[in-house]
Design a protein around this ligand. Structure first.
Ligand code: 2P0
Length: 327
C-alpha cells in the first residue's frame, strides 16, 4: 500500500533572530523570534510511504542522499511514524527553489514542506499549530515557515508550548526584501553548531536574551502600525547583536566575508542619499535588505552595479504552507 502527499513551503527571514536552544533534542529555543515569510524562495516536497521500500529514500534536487546525509530526514520521518499508524519507509523527493545553505534558510522551507507532506501522507490530520510544532523538530526556523507574512515563534518551555503564530498573515504593506547572493556555497559552520557555541561560550549571551525580549516588544507594534523606520532599525540592530555572539564566542567565528562588509557600507550610503533601507543576515554572508517597494529600483540598480544583476533577487511577503495536488 502506498500513500503520498506533496507540500510547498516558503522560507522566511528572521527580523528578530533565533540563536540558541534551551533543549537541543526537542528544539526549544532560548528566546522567541519573529520573521517574514518570502515569496521567492520555497521547497516542494513529495513523500510516499511505500511498503516495498527497505530504507527511507531521499532525493534532493535530483540527487539521492547517502544514509548519512539523510539522517535528519530519516529521524524526522521516525517522528511521523511514531505519531501515525504508518510503519513503512518513505520516498522523499524534494526540490529547493533556494540557494541551498547560503544563509537563505533552506532548512526552514525544507522541514516545513517535509512536515506537511509527511504528516498528510501518513494520514495525520494536523492543524497549523500542530504542523508548526512538528516542523520545529526538524529545524527551528521551520516552525515559522508554516505561516505566511509576519510570524512570531513563541519560545515556550516544552514540545506543546513552542510553536509559530501569525502576526500579520496577509501583508498589505508595500515592502520588499532584496537578497544579495554574495557566496552561494555551503556554510562552514552550521547554524546548529554556531548557535550552540554562542550559548556555551559567549559572555554576552545573557544580554542577548534581554535584547530579544526588547526587540520583540518594539517590532510587533511597529509592524502593526507599518512604522518602517522602527521595524528597520530594530531588525538591523538585532542582526548585528546576533552576529556579535559569533565574534564573542570561543573560538570566535564569523559568517561575514569581505563582500558582506562592502554591502553593509553600501546600505549606509544609500540611507545617507535618502534611500531608506536596512540590512539583516543569517548564518551566511548574504545580506538581505529590507526596503519599501518605491525604493526597489534604486536599490537593485546600486547592488547590480556592485555584485552583478544575477546576484540580486527581489522578494516580497509570501504565503504559508500549501498542499499541492498530484500532477
Ligand atoms: C533564524 N537562523 O531565526 C536564525 C537566525 C539563522 C540565523 O534559524 O538547529 O537551521 O535546525 O534549529 O533553524 C537557522 O537555524 O537551526 C536559523 P536548527 P536553523 O532564522
Amino acid at each position: 500500500m502506498t500513500a503520498t502527499a506533496t507540500a510547498r513551503a516558503h522560507t522566511n527571514i528572521a527580523l528578530v533572530k533565533y540563536w540558541g536552544k534551551a533543549d537541543t533534542d526537542l528544539i526549544i529555543p532560548q528566546t522567541g523570534s519573529l520573521s517574514l515569510t518570502l515569496d521567492q524562495f520555497y521547497t516542494d516536497t513529495t513523500v510516499t510511504f511505500d511498503e516495498g521500500l527497505t530504507a527511507d529514500d531521499v532525493i534532493v534536487n535530483g540527487e539521492r542522499l547517502s544514509a548519512q546525509r539523510a539522517t535528519k530526514v530519516h529521524n524526522f520521518l521516525n517522528l511521523v511514524r511514531q505519531q501515525s499508524s504508518r510503519a513503512s519507509f518513505a520516498r522523499v523527493t524534494s526540490v529547493n527553489h533556494v540557494p541551498t545553505a547560503a544563509g537563505l534558510a533552506s532548512s526552514a522551507s525544507a522541514f516545513a514542506a517535509l512536515a506537511g507532506a509527511a504528516s498528510q501522507a501518513a494520514g495525520l490530520t494536523l492543524d497549523r499549530t500542530a504542523l508548526s510544532r512538528l516542523a520545529r523538530r526538524g529545524s527551528g526556523s521551520a516552525t515559522r515557515s508554516i505561516f505566511g507574512g509576519f510570524v512570531e515563534w513563541h519560545a515556550g518551555h516544552d514540545d506543546l508550548s513552542s510553536y509559530g503564530v501569525p502576526l500579520v498573515e496577509k501583508v498589505e504593506w508595500p515592502i520588499a526584501v532584496v537578497a544579495l547572493v554574495l557566496d552561494p556555497h555551503h556554510k562552514k559552520i552550521s547554524s546548529r553548531q554556531g548557535m550552540q557555541s554562542s550559548v556555551n561560550t559567549s559572555p554576552f549571551y545573557p544580554a542577548w536574551q534581554q535584547i530579544v525580549a526588547d526587540d520583540l516588544a518594539a517590532i510587533k507594534p511597529a509592524i502593526l502600525a507599518q512604522d518602517f523606520t522602527t521595524v528597520g532599525e530594530t531588525l538591523e540592530s538585532n542582526a548585528m547583536r546576533m552576529h556579535a555572539l559569533t565574534l564573542s564566542a570561543w573560538p570566535p567565528y564569523s559568517y561575514f566575508n569581505g563582500d558582506t562588509l562592502a554591502a553593509m557600507q553600501t546600505v549606509k550610503e544609500l540611507r545617507a542619499a535618502g534611500v531608506e533601507c536596512y540590512y539583516t543576515l543569517d548564518a551566511g554572508p548574504n545580506l538581505k535588505i529590507f526596503c519599501q517597494n518605491s525604493d526597489i529600483a534604486a536599490i537593485t540598480k546600486r547592488f547590480s552595479q556592485q555584485f552583478g544583476g544575477d546576484n540580486v533577487i527581489v522578494a516580497h511577503p509570501g504565503p504559508g504552507i500549501q498542499f499541492l495536488d498530484e500532477a
